[in-house]
Design a protein. Structure first.
Lengths: 271, 182
């Protein structure tokens, strides 16, 4: 009896293992996609409600924790406000100069994108830190390859896959994100890619090009769907590759990806 | 039928919490793996034969929601439930005072084994194609923290689950009595 039960257990386990391995290694993503879409569509309302409630809880907890600091913060803001009034006058002239520089560099003005605002409703629970789920999908015109930005033109990643109601955004820290960039200060060109959630690396920079610590990187516009001039990050460290053919740089992103709750997907460049 | 729908709903709720709640509220800390916890709990109470369908369903839902290759979590959960069922048979005996420790240990081991398994599959896939190779990143510290948080969640989950499974035994059709912990 015991032997029979053990036999049954082993046969079930072997069958499940064999089927799983077949699914993992032999099933193309195109076959899985319809099932994925159904499950994502069913879980979408739950995820959205849960994410919004979680943001509210997080913000309330953050607010309660910061009440004691509000008085000091208020005084600091008053001083800062006075100082900013003075700076504003200077910036008006800088803006004009900036517009001229942007046109010289061929960068697209920031108001020339068609954006789809999207809430982050899901995170990578396997802790690779390489993707997020947003609440806009192909129904809102979102498609794979479209850039995802935060705040004022800072690149966060690009859409990896899109279901009807939601989409997976591969962050810059994902090895799947490979983006052509340009060093604004020196003009050096290269490719940035993620390092499995641990950071961002600028690669394939020739030895003749100059990349300095603190330089600002923007997208060069090469490659499909990626407009020029989106801010990628700042150079933190420069080193040579092992074969000494190229230079590599570690890049510090301008925003901590963990804290992103809203993204904008560039669905169209109005140029 | 009702039981199957209820099972799917429970799994979807667990997925929602795992994907949309824990990472937002605790962004710096690896949250507990609720799916693993549910599968291990079920394996401990029902044995592998009473769990494998549940493990397959849970794995498939998680694979589809996490955009990972279908079959990855199915394989992991099947192996983990088989191991957890066997360990529970050996170490969890009704009314043993160290059952709690054994149960928490099984959950922590299952979490570590799950991370190692995912890492191994990731490496195997990396040899085949880069596209599918990036869904999991293994670091010892995050694996340990994940194991600790999942084990802690098991402590919080155990007694409510035990009460529910006792009251709704007719509905859940639990094969074995839930081990009593002291």
């Amino acid at each position: 009896m015991l032997k029979k039960s053990r036999k049954k257990k082993i046969s079930i386990l072997l069958t499940v293992v064999a089927v799983s391995l077949g699914l993992i290694f032999l099933t193309p993503e195109s076959l899985v996609r319809p099932f994925r879409r159904v499950v994502i569509a069913v879980s979408y309302p739950l995820e959205k409600i849960a994410a919004l409630l979680s943001y509210r809880v997080k913000n309330t907890a953050g607010f309660l924790g910061s009440i004691s600091d509000l008085r000091n913060e208020n005084e600091r803001l008053i001083r800062e406000n006075n100082s900013l009034f003075a700076k504003n006058a200077t910036l008006l002239s800088v803006q004009k100069e900036n517009d001229e520089l942007r046109s010289q560099l061929g960068l697209i003005p920031k108001n020339k994108y068609s954006l789809a605002a999207a809430f982050v409703i899901g995170h990578d629970s396997e802790r690779s830190g390489t993707w997020m789920t947003v609440d806009k999908g192909s129904g809102a015109g979102v498609a794979p390859g479209m850039p995802a930005i935060v705040s004022d033109g800072i690149l966060a990643g690009r859409v990896g896959e899109a279901a009807d109601t939601s989409a997976k955004v591969n962050l810059l820290t994902s090895p799947e994100s490979v983006i052509n960039v340009l060093d604004l200060e020196s003009g050096a060109k290269g490719v940035v890619r993620g390092d499995f959630g641990l950071g961002i690396i600028m690669d394939l920079v020739t030895q003749e090009d100059v990349v300095n610590v603190g330089d600002t990187l923007v997208t060069s516009g090469l490659g499909s769907n990626m407009p020029k001039g989106l801010l990628v990050g700042t150079v933190q460290e420069v080193r040579s590759t092992q074969d000494k053919l190229f230079q590599q740089a570690l890049i510090t992103p301008r925003v901590p990806f963990r804290d992103i709750d809203v993204m904008f997907i560039i669905t169209k460049t109005n140029e | 039928m009702t039981r199957n729908i209820a099972t799917i709903l429970v799994l979807l709720l667990a997925a929602t919490v795992q994907i949309s709640v824990f990472p937002i509220i605790f962004p710096l800390f690896p949250g507990p793996n609720l799916f693993l916890l549910l599968v291990v709990y079920r394996a401990v109470t029902n044995g592998f034969v009473g769990t494998w369908r549940y493990a397959v369903l849970a794995g498939a839902i998680l694979d589809l929601l996490l955009w990972s290759p279908l079959g990855t979590h199915v394989l992991i959960f099947a192996l983990v439930s088989a191991a957890a069922g066997s360990l529970a048979k050996r170490f969890l005996v009704v009314h043993q005072p160290w059952n709690l420790l054994a149960l928490v240990g099984i959950v922590a081991l299952a979490s570590l084994a799950s991370d190692l398994g995912l890492w191994l599959i990731t490496r195997l896939l990396a040899a085949e194609s880069l596209r599918q190779a990036v869904f999991f990143k293994f670091t010892p510290s995050s694996a340990l923290l994940g194991a600790v948080s999942t084990a802690l969640a098991m402590l919080l989950f155990y007694w409510p689950a035990r009460a529910v499974s006792r009251r709704w035994r007719w509905f859940l059709r639990s094969g074995n009595p839930v081990p009593k912990l002291h």
